[in-house]
Ligand binder design. Structure first.
Ligand code: GLT
Ligand code: MN
Ligand code: MN
Length: 386
């Protein structure tokens, strides 16, 4: 048996918008035909995926009459059952419709803000109907190109008011869902509100139901901001806020690429997998799409590639943890202090003695921690020669 063949136990998920991406870009028309969501369900199940996620509009186009909506949902549910896929996460498309051009929850027009709540509640109902436990908020249009409208502080308050309202809605409905905010620094807006994992973490603490709200960090988005994704993940894990994750790849300081997981930076992907394998038990969601050059076969090669690379890196992570030379190098990198415990317990006497302690600064300055060798061992492990 192929050890890297994905199975539902691996909990890999894709968005309908990912494998259904038609290969449109700002300069060119789609290169692939639209895909029926039930076809994506069948093909993803065949490849060994666990689930599929969607925006309201991916499944039920905006403006669909109720009877037609119910027919679409029933047909989709049957496809999920037939192919054994689940829907762990759902979200709202608050960026496609031109009325959201200056924001949804942060539009300066209160009618648009109310419409965003209206649309999101209906989309939450749809997610709940299909079993979603996590609800993602990617603020695609929440941002600005110019600040002459003077709404910077109001926008954050409107965003907060909207999330508080929607938390109340989910509680009142008894859906038991959690919200996951997905930061992104820019694109489509010039400057997005809540641009990074760090800013979203600070914002969550100001909400009325902070326990219901966490993060959906995306590898490409932190990379676009010039930040390290493993560092962002660690911050989310440390805060108990890693509710979901968007895996893909990205070249730093470029337009949003959403490349196949591991396509660009294998070391970042490796340390991402290490953290997830040790600290996260939710779905491994790929928010990426096939290159615009590809035909349909390229799409399924892309999807399989994301999952295989994750599994190969998970195996490498296990080897890393079991590699005696690597573990010895880590052990000698981390040094205990024989003259003082860590963490120190503060009291006045301890502080006085620590202030009076003589440190051997010369030897501390001279010590080399061995990181060059340790990192090279990691590279050789990834290259398959150990
Ligand atoms: C869109 C975006 C993603 C978000 C999706 C959820 S939609 O494709 O680029 O990063 O996760 O709204
Ligand atoms: Mn993205
Ligand atoms: Mn995403």
């Amino acid at each position: 048996m192929d050890p890297y063949a994905p199975t539902p136990a691996d909990r890999f998920t894709f968005g309908l918008w990912t494998v259904g991406n038609p290969g449109r870009d700002p300069f060119g028309e789609p290169t692939r035909a639209p895909v029926d969501p039930t076809y994506s369900v069948a093909r993803l199940a065949e490849l060994g995926a666990y689930g599929v996620n969607f925006h309201d509009h991916d499944l039920v186009p905006d403006g669909t009459p109720t009877a037609e909506r119910d027919r679409i949902v029933a047909r989709f549910k049957r496809a999920l059952e037939e192919h054994g896929l689940v829907v762990p996460m759902a979200t709202t498309n608050l960026f496609r419709d031109p009325l959201f051009k200056d924001g949804a929850f942060t539009s300066a027009d209160a009618r648009v803000r109310n419409y965003a709540l209206h649309k999101t509640m209906r989309a939450i109902d749809l997610g709940a109907e299909l079993g979603a436990r996590t609800y993602v908020f990617w603020g695609g249009r929440e941002g600005a190109e110019v600040d002459a409208g003077g709404k910077l502080l109001d926008a954050l308050q409107w965003y907060r008011d909207s999330l508080d309202y929607l938390c109340e809605y989910v509680r009142e409905q008894g859906y038991g869902m959690r919200f996951a905010l997905e930061p992104k620094p820019n694109e489509p807006r010039g400057h997005a509100f809540l641009p990074t994992v760090g800013s979203a973490l600070g914002f969550i603490a100001t909400l009325s139901y902070p326990d219901m709200v966490g993060l959906n960090p995306e590898l490409a988005h932190e990379t676009m901001a010039g930040l390290s994704f493993p560092h962002a993940l660690a911050a989310a894990i440390d805060a108990g806020k890693l509710f979901h994750v968007d895996l893909n790849d990205q070249i730093m300081a470029r337009f949003d690429q959403d490349l196949r997981f591991g396509a660009e930076n294998l070391k970042t992907a490796f340390f991402t997998v290490m953290l997830l394998e040790e600290h996260y038990d939710g779905p491994r969601h790929f928010d990426a799409h096939a290159l615009r050059t590809e035909d349909e076969e390229g799409v399924w090669a892309f999807a399989l590639g994301c999952m295989r690379t994750y599994k190969i890196l998970a195996e490498k992570a296990e080897r890393f943890r079991g590699d005696p030379e690597i573990q010895a190098a880590i052990a000698s990198y981390r040094v205990d202090d024989p003259e003082g415990t860590w963490p120190p317990r503060f009291d006045a006497a301890h502080a006085a003695s620590l202030k009076g302690r003589e440190f051997d600064l010369t030897s501390l300055r001279a010590r080399g921690p061995g990181l060059e060798r340790l990192d090279q061992l990691t590279v050789e492990l990834l290259l398959g020669v150990r």
